[in-house]
Design a protein around this ligand. Sequence first.
Ligand code: A2P
Length: 293
Amino acid sequence: MTTEVPTIRLNNGTTIPQLGLGVWQAEDAETESIVRYALAEAGYRHIDTASAYANEAGVGRGIATSGVSREDIFVTTKLWNADQGFEPALKAFDASLDRLGLEYVDLYLIHWPLQNEDRLLRTWEAFEQIAESGRARAIGVCNFEPHHLALLVNRGGVVPAVDQVELHPNLPQDEIRVAAADYGITVESWSPLGGTSGSGWGRHSKPNALLDDPILSRIATQHGKSVAQVIIRWHLQSGLVVIPKSVHEERITQNIDVFDFELTAGDIDEIAGLNNGARVGIHPDKMNLGAPD
Ligand code: A2P
């Protein structure tokens, strides 16, 4: 099955499929089979992993056995906090490519900003060198607040292509979206369905209450779609790149089956009312997990 997923042009001229498969919390072995299924059966062409997910090798095996050409797949991975700094970042990137079994990634992202801004800027210098080498087709960041984006942009040099942040109807991240638009940075949504409640891990994790929301449920019924499909459509119609995660084949298929309906302006207005600022992840200004200093 092939599905025409729209692409978005990044600020360096490369393009990213607007919908991809996220694999956070998927174990390495099951990652291989879900990535293969997503590519070979469900029509995905964009996979989002990270060195901290400990499943890059599974992503690589899934790609290798999918039968889909490497150049037709958009692959993102991320640098973990412990590897920030110039030399550590270069080394960590090599290790990620090795685990993935790839010669290049399409997008390499700094996973979190650091409190230590000097080290963060040295990391970005390494990213620029990696981009220059062609082994990452684009470079970007995750979890950057407007002040972190300003730090990189004001330095001169490469402007991040992407800022991947926690973003869903409870947390639409308006300020980050305005700042990113000013800089020409594309915003990607992680935990786009509202993430997990923190109870359990992998197959045992439980989706957040957003998937049971009565307003979303009514909109879903009106369109003959699921709540997850309505939320994914909201991201797409908001111009965001969206990477819903699932380890279940039927959900992976369902989450890309979103191109035969459209939310109305009234639906979008109602969904705007779900903004309550609730986040499932740590606020980036408070996050320094694993950082060297
Ligand atoms: P699972 O992997 O068990 O399917 P996200 O982190 O992308 O916001 O997703 C939150 C959770 O929603 C995931 O852990 C995933 O669990 C679950 N999920 C993904 N797709 C669907 C779907 N179509 N319907 C219901 N739950 C879903």
